[in-house]
Design a protein around this ligand. Structure first.
Ligand SMILES: [Zn+2]
Length: 114
């Protein structure tokens, strides 16, 4: 075995240990931070997934496992992001804050009576 191969392995092991240590230190800083969010409710940052067409099995192909082509609809993934101005931690969520709005009295259903 060429000596440089052993050196490479050692260097990779050393860097892996350093990386794990750095990750641990950063996680501790983030855990102990009294986060100051740039925007408490987050900034809307949706991810758009464009629609696409996919090919099925070519015509003339036979068999029970024959698959037709099709189209996957485009969709938008709801996302909100916020960043701590103190430690730089970024949080993401796809769960919105629901706001309840009163529009009138609740008379038990929507039917009209005469
Ligand atoms: Zn923070």
């Amino acid at each position: 075995m060429r000596p440089e191969i052993g050196q490479l392995r050692q260097a990779i092991e050393q860097k892996t240990r350093e990386l794990a240590g750095d990750r641990e230190r950063l996680a501790r800083i983030e855990r102990e931070c009294h986060h100051v969010w740039d925007n408490p409710n987050g900034v809307y940052a949706p991810i758009h997934h464009p629609g696409y067409r996919y090919e099925g099995d070519p015509p003339g192909t036979m068999g029970v496992d024959w698959r037709p082509g099709g189209y996957v609809e485009a969709r938008t993934e709801e996302k909100w992001k916020r960043t701590c101005t103190s430690c730089g931690k970024v949080e993401e969520t796809s769960k919105p804050v629901e706001k309840v709005v009163r529009v009138g009295g609740d008379f038990g259903g929507n039917r009209s009576r005469y």
